[in-house]
Ligand binder design. Structure first.
Ligand code: ATP
Length: 574
């Protein structure tokens, strides 16, 4: 149903969900503005994410800058390796992503993980052409293109900065301070909802691939040796999984299982990743993703970032294509170790032992004076050799020698002569580098999926109708209130109802333009769950009642105004 997306994009523009930005200047690819309805829906989705992944999990939320200095991205590896494959048409100069070109036109499903020469070969073999002008691309070179947006911090160009390509780095670089807020206790989690920027080669599918987008990320720091997730709480969650092993088969298929079984059978290897998949699935359902069009797909080994030991994506189906909605990765100690190495700061947590431990510490005469001047250059080798002996029973060194290469000759030096000693020491704990589990959600793609999965067409009173079956929790407007006709008395009464509902914290739209049928259609199209109409009965009858119409069934009921706000608020809460 290719047309659902087309219709959705048209509806989104007409009704104020989202539209291409800077239209007055011709628009620019990959930048979208969320209109009044879209901003509200997106805000509601973000609030729902915050409730589940920050508040309910007891995690901390931070709000870091979107511009960060160059050393951050040297450490994170983004300046070196955050590239996509670019191919530029020699005729019309349109840039395309070479891997997408291959995936869209051949049977290769994961061209992103192939080396460039192989992608070039495939392009030549299949005689792939420029999607814009049709010129052949067989002889065109594929290049790496870095997706980082660069800027300068302050006047001049001596302080380069970059717009962050993910919110995560804003959490990692602040780890030395954040761990203090967590009182140095693992495990703890830090979340952030904010903008990320990637200079995508070819933004496409409206808000699914843009150059500025919103992420909601959680970095969960654990002690890899001690901490375990509460798997029991998610063991019964039913999931559709598409493991890497199935993707490699001709008849490979998704499997239906539970989180508990998937861990037990080793389908998901990291219990932490499994835990967050188990939390995410019901959450996606609660914001309105259709669970028949939702799955978790494991990354193939070539697709995985080199530091990630197990990685799964949440995917939603749109017009027959699976779209990545979120990534769940076990990142090990990669990020914190890199920042420790580049910054020199402490990206560790002090782990106190239950009881102090006695350990042996090896020490070596640091200036190697006992070796004599001819061994000076080999001092470092000697230290390394001796350190490799540390931890052994010190009485065992008697008669041991270390081998030292000098001028192509190997000298055997008795250990006793090196001043090497091993002493006992009592220590209370040690500094460890926590491991990181990262659920990383894209908000814009989720908003798109929620709208797409909510898009409905039916017939009401012989007329075609379009409506959005949005969950009350995220719908931008919860109630539309209409006076039946332009009549001062009805309008005054309707305004009173509006005030009551707003006082209950509900988002309300007042509409008195056009006939009542048109007003219902408008609210149906933005997905408003309820409409309340004030008519002559309302103002004439002894008991003040209104007509309440439900969006999906279009059923209408007469309800007293008294208590209406509370009743609707309860429905919204679920
Ligand atoms: P893709 O392969 O689609 O480019 P990715 O694997 O690079 O995405 P991650 O780095 O894992 O994406 O980012 C986490 C999430 O951020 C993604 O699951 C997605 O929802 C969202 N995201 C990434 N790039 C974009 C983009 N250009 N536009 C909108 N959302 C995006």
């Amino acid at each position: 149903d290719e047309s659902t997306s087309e219709q959705l994009v048209e509806l989104a523009k007409r009704r104020g969900y989202f539209f291409q930005s800077s239209g007055a200047y011709g628009g620019v690819g990959g930048f979208y503005t969320f209109g009044p309805q879209g901003a509200s829906l997106k805000g509601n989705v973000e609030d729902a994410w915050r409730d589940r992944f920050a508040v309910a999990e007891g995690n901390m939320e931070i709000d870091a800058p979107t511009i960060m200095p160059e050393p951050v991205f040297e450490a994170s590896g983004h300046l070196d390796g955050f590239d996509d494959m670019l191919i530029e048409c020699p005729e019309c100069e349109t840039s395309s992503r070479a891997d997408h070109l291959v995936e869209d036109n051949t049977e290769y499903e994961d061209a992103e993980s192939l080396p460039i020469p192989e992608v070039e070969e495939i392009i030549a073999e299949y005689e792939l052409a420029c999607p814009e002008c049709g010129a052949g691309l067989a002889d065109v070179a594929v290049e790496n293109f870095n997706l980082m947006f660069a800027t300068n911090i302050g006047p001049g160009d001596s302080d380069p900065g970059y717009l962050r390509p993910e919110t995560a780095q804003g959490i990692f670089v602040e780890f030395p301070r954040l761990k203090e807020y967590a009182r140095n206790q693992l495990p703890f989690g830090v979340t952030q909802i904010g903008r990320a920027y990637r200079n995508e080669i070819s933004p496409r599918r409206s808000i699914i691939r843009t150059r500025e987008f919103t992420q909601a990320e959680l970095e969960y720091f654990v002690d890899p040796e001690e901490d375990e997730p509460d798997l029991e709480s998610v063991a019964d969650v039913e999931v559709t999984l598409y493991p890497a092993s199935e993707q490699n088969k001709d008849d490979g298929d998704e499997i239906e299982t539970t989180i508990g079984d998937a861990v037990e059978e080793g389908v998901i290897s990291s219990p932490w990743v499994a835990y967050f998949l188990g939390v995410a699935k019901p959450w996606y359902e609660s914001v309105g993703v259709d669970m028949d069009r939702f799955r978790f797909r494991q990354h193939l080994s070539g697709e995985r970032a080199h530091y990630a030991s197990d990685c799964w994506d949440a995917e939603g189906e749109i017009d027959g294509n699976w779209i990545e909605l979120a990534g769940f990765a076990y990142r090990g100690d990669y990020d914190l170790s890199k920042h420790a190495e580049h910054s020199g700061d402490r990206f560790t947590v002090f782990k106190q032992y239950d009881e102090p431990k006695t350990v042996e510490r090896a020490t070596v005469d640091p200036d190697m004076s006992y070796l004599g001047p001819e061994f000076g250059g080999a001092a470092q080798d000697v230290v390394e050799e001796l350190e490799s002996l540390a931890g052994r029973d010190r009485t065992a060194f008697e008669g041991d020698t270390v081998a030292i290469d000098l001028d192509g000759e190997t000298h055997e030096l008795p250990v006793e002569k090196t001043g090497f000693s091993v002493d006992e020491e009592t220590i209370a704990g040690e500094h460890i580098v926590p491991h990181v589990v990262e659920p990383s959600f894209g908000v814009d793609r989720l908003v798109y999926t929620v709208l797409h999965h909510a898009y409905r067409e039916d017939e009401v009173d012989g007329e075609e109708r379009t409506y959005l079956d949005l969950e009350p929790e995220v719908a931008p407007t919860f109630v539309g209130v209409f006076p039946l006709q332009n009549d001062a008395e009805l309008e005054a009464q309707a305004n009173e109802v509006v005030a009551d509902l707003r006082a209950e914290g509900l988002s309300v739209t007042y509409d008195d333009s056009g006939n009542i049928g048109r007003r219902y259609r408008r609210q149906d199209e933005v997905g408003t769950p309820f409409c309340v109409t004030v008519d002559y009965e309302t103002v004439e009858d002894e008991e003040t009642t209104v007509t309440v119409r439900e969006r999906d069934t279009t059923d209408q009921k007469r309800l007293p105004v008294e208590g209406l706000a509370e009743t609707l608020a309860e429905i919204r809460e679920g």
